[in-house]
Design a binder for this molecule. Structure first.
Ligand SMILES: N[C@@H](CCC(=O)N[C@@H](CS)C(=O)NCC(=O)O)C(=O)O
Length: 288
């Protein structure tokens, strides 16, 4: 890069910085407008969008239901982050960080809010005693990988994805830096999966969290970057990603709160009942 930028003494928020999502970026927290959240009939109320962080939770909820945990029935409300819904007062009450996913559990004496996708996964897995190992050493290994994902994915999303796919121009320096780190992370996973079928002994919330980002990346669903990152060379990651992708609950989880993409049959904007998958996908709604 030849263009240079000299930072001023004190940064000020002067204008949009360009690129996709520029309109929702701002340097202050808190609500921008009053807006109550809707509450449906189920104890669990999810406010989300089918981004990688969002699908972590809908995949787990669909897995819990498929495993017979009827208490995991949920309403999933669409939060359109491009329209700024995450800055409504009701949403900010559930997540002061104004990011999806956010969850309310109304089955507890005092309704419980949970924000941060990793915290939501842990909360639900512990609540239902499922998709979380019981044996302590295995649970600790699972937690290590879950926190690895939470710490690593911002380099993939906020770093690589932002500069490769969303920034207003392609800048070599950040694309190089974050491609290097993303490939290193894929190699970390590939080496572990060469010796292990799952991240922590059994299919768990660690696999769900990691798959939602890195599984979808290697399956070519994120940032159109599969060829650029030569994902096919991570053979163990590919094997693991395809195995998880074949699970029906994973497909359903990907559909919930999906309001983008060309495949209307994969979009269930809101989910309030298991039958919605058969009757309320966008292909059926637009036909009707
Ligand atoms: N660490 C958070 C990150 C959540 C996050 O970044 N959510 C994005 C969508 S994937 C969002 O809501 N962005 C809206 C915004 O930044 O205003 C988590 O894992 O829950």
């Amino acid at each position: 890069m030849t263009d240079t930028y000299t930072p001023p003494k004190v940064w000020t928020w002067e204008s949009e910085n360009g690129g996709q999502f520029a309109s929702i970026n701002r340097p202050i927290a808190g609500p921008t407008h009053e807006k109550e959240l809707r509450v449906g009939k189920h104890p669990i109320q999810l406010y989300s969008l089918a981004t990688p962080n969002g699908v972590k939770v809908t995949i787990l909820l669909e897995e819990l239901l498929a495993a017979g945990h009827a208490g995991a029935e949920y309403d999933a409300w669409l939060v359109n982050i491009r329209e700024g819904t995450q800055f409504g007062s009701g949403f900010v009450d559930v997540n002061p960080n104004s990011k999806i996913p956010a969850l309310m559990d109304h089955s507890t004496d005092t309704p419980q809010r949970v924000f941060e996708s990793g915290a939501i996964l842990l909360y639900l897995a512990e609540k239902f005693g499922a998709f979380i190992p019981t044996y302590p050493a295995q649970k600790t290994e699972m937690m290590s990988w879950l926190f690895w994902q939470m710490g690593s994915a911002p380099y993939l999303g906020g770093g690589f994805g932002h500069f490769y796919a969303y920034a207003p121009e392609k800048f070599e320096y950040p694309i190089n830096r974050f491609s290097m780190e993303t490939k290193r992370q894929l190699d970390v996973m590939d080496r572990h999966l060469a010796e292990n079928k799952w991240f922590a002994g059994e299919y768990s919330i660690a696999d769900i969290a990691i798959w939602s980002w890195y599984g979808q990346l290697v399956l070519g669903r994120l940032y159109s970057a599969a060829e650029f990152l030569d994902v096919a060379s991570y053979k163990n990651v590919m094997r693991w990603a395809k195995e998880i992708d074949a699970r029906p609950a994973v497909t359903r989880g990907r559909m919930v709160n999906r309001a983008f993409g060309d495949d209307l049959a994969m979009q269930l904007h809101e989910r309030h009942d298991a039958s919605d998958f058969d009757t309320k996908t966008q292909d059926k709604i637009t036909k009707a």
